[in-house]
Design a protein around this ligand. Structure first.
Ligand code: BTN
Length: 255
């Protein structure tokens, strides 16, 4: 299995406006730091084979085994709009690309994770950079079980552990960028409503007991504004707009 992210290989795979310009480095601290140049256009992409200080959400680190992951950042200039929704736009694009390549169902775990068989195979990190947004996407592609972090809130997986084979990261990146561009354009034109059916079909948390901050209950749909609906014990529904989801278990159908 070739897995080539170098510019000459990616140039032949790119199908849309995202990915131009394409900044490729064998190693960096974080691809998020490569898109700070304010003159770069929307759709600029930075990719590395390995990060020495990869960043996750909420101040966590993002570990990779060199050449096993897709580590990319995409520069977006959304202007106005609800920025936390972009996390869902990117997660959906990633889930769709994973499905396209692997033929396995992928789910979006609100607000930013992509799961296959309950294991986290990808995460999204949004950061503001001046007036722009840098969307960082990390996908575990070729790692064997023993190469994945052992202690994570959601068990970690890779496309290889999910499907038993390797994938070309350049092909995955090209698919992901096409999906992201399409989803982003739809979102910019019509808001999250344009993506809600696809998101809801992949909602990993529907019917699951969760705790988000001080709100506990059974998760329902992703709300029109991008928050998570939680049915609380009193029977009412609370929408949480951000936070860390603690999963307490799924709900029996007879309950
Ligand atoms: C998370 O699940 O907490 C988000 C992880 C985001 C990781 C990606 S890898 C490419 C980009 N560069 C980083 O340092 N982080 C993001």
């Amino acid at each position: 299995m070739t897995s080539d992210l170098r510019p000459e290989a990616f140039r032949a795979l790119r199908r849309g406006r995202f990915g131009d310009p394409y900044l490729y480095v064998p190693e960096c601290r974080s691809t998020q730091e490569l898109l700070r140049d304010t003159a770069l256009p929307e759709g600029a992409v930075a990719v590395a084979e390995h990060q020495t200080a990869g960043r996750g959400r909420l101040g966590r680190t993002w570990e990779d085994a060199p050449r096993s992951s897709l580590l990319c950042s995409v520069l977006l200039r959304p202007g106005s709009g609800v920025l936390p929704q972009l996390s869902l736009v990117a997660a959906l694009a990633t889930a769709e690309a994973v499905e396209e390549l692997t033929g396995r169902e992928a789910q979006v775990k609100w607000p930013n994770d992509v799961l296959v068989d309950g294991r986290k195979v990808a995460g999204i990190l949004l950061e503001q950079a001046g007036g722009a947004v840098v969307a960082g996407i990390g996908v575990n592609v070729g790692q064997e079980r023993g190469e994945l972090p052992e202690v994570t809130r959601t068990p970690a997986g890779s496309l290889r552990t999910a499907s038993g084979r390797g994938y070309d990261r350049g092909v995955l990146l090209a698919e992901l960028l096409v999906r992201l561009e399409g989803g982003y354009d739809s979102w910019a034109a019509r808001g999250l409503a344009a993506l809600r059916p696809s998101l809801e079909a992949r909602n990993a948390l529907g019917g699951v007991r969760v705790q988000v901050g001080d709100v506990g209950g059974v998760a329902g749909s992703i709300a029109p504004g991008g928050g998570l609906e939680i049915v609380v014990p009193s029977g009412g529904t609370v929408v949480v707009e951000s936070g860390e989801v603690e999963v307490a278990g799924s709900v029996d159908v007879d309950e």
